[in-house]
Design a protein around this ligand. Structure first.
Ligand SMILES: Cc1cc2nc3c(=O)[nH]c(=O)nc-3n(C[C@H](O)[C@H](O)[C@H](O)COP(=O)(O)O)c2cc1C
Length: 180
């Protein structure tokens, strides 16, 4: 049986380095684990999320996104760092997630910033948010810098190595999976 991996992008644009970071993580995961991947890109539903948070009700797209993460065997979350933290768009989405929906779900934390200045945002911003949900944040996150991309594609060796370290650390925690 395949592992259902759902990845959430908190980027405010498409295409984005955040999407490339997610692809890099899923591509690293796939030789180790039989996965079915689903991407929840928040940028196209930004208006729907704002409407849902201000009493406008949930559109089908918002409901589908919420259902997707609730049914994930593994959640990969990736966000640009804005002002030292996840984007407002990312937080808007998770403000709509029921507080028990992610209990026990493994979550691989990933973020991208202009440089290294806010690399600890993974541990100081993302990790507490998923602790609120009683999700199981995986031990090693992935932090990317703008310099790790060329034309919004991963370039160089540093980011692939960081992704490989995070995936190797994640494998023992995944359901029905053991380290090869
Ligand atoms: C409003 C805004 C705030 C930002 N704040 C930070 C920051 O605090 N720290 C940082 O390292 N990069 C910061 N950046 C740079 C973004 O994190 C970086 O460009 C982003 O990872 C690109 O992701 P994307 O391609 O998905 O948009 C900021 C960018 C914007 C537009």
């Amino acid at each position: 049986m395949s592992l259902r991996v759902v990845a959430v992008s908190g980027s405010l644009r498409s295409p984005s380095t955040t999407a490339a970071l997610i692809d890099g993580i899923l591509d690293e995961l796939s030789p180790h684990v039989d996965i079915v991947r689903e991407i929840v890109d928040l940028h196209p539903i930004a208006g729907d999320l704002a409407a849902a948070l201000t009493g406008g009700g949930k559109t089908d797209a918002v409901t589908a996104a919420l259902d997707a993460i609730a049914g994930a065997d593994l959640l990969v979350v990736a966000t640009p760092i804005y002002r030292g933290s996840y984007t407002g768009l990312f937080k808007e989405f998770f403000d709509l997630v029921p507080q028990d929906a992610l209990a026990g779900t493994p979550v691989l934390l990933a973020a991208g910033g202009g440089d290294d200045q806010h690399s600890l945002a993974i541990d100081h911003q993302l990790r507490p948010l998923f602790a609120f949900f009683r999700a199981v944040s995986l031990p090693v996150g992935v932090y990317a810098r703008t310099a790790d991309f060329t034309d919004r594609r991963i370039s160089g060796e540093a980011l692939p190595a960081a992704i490989a370290r995070a995936v190797a650390a994640a494998l023992p925690a995944l359901p029905r999976v053991s380290v090869p």
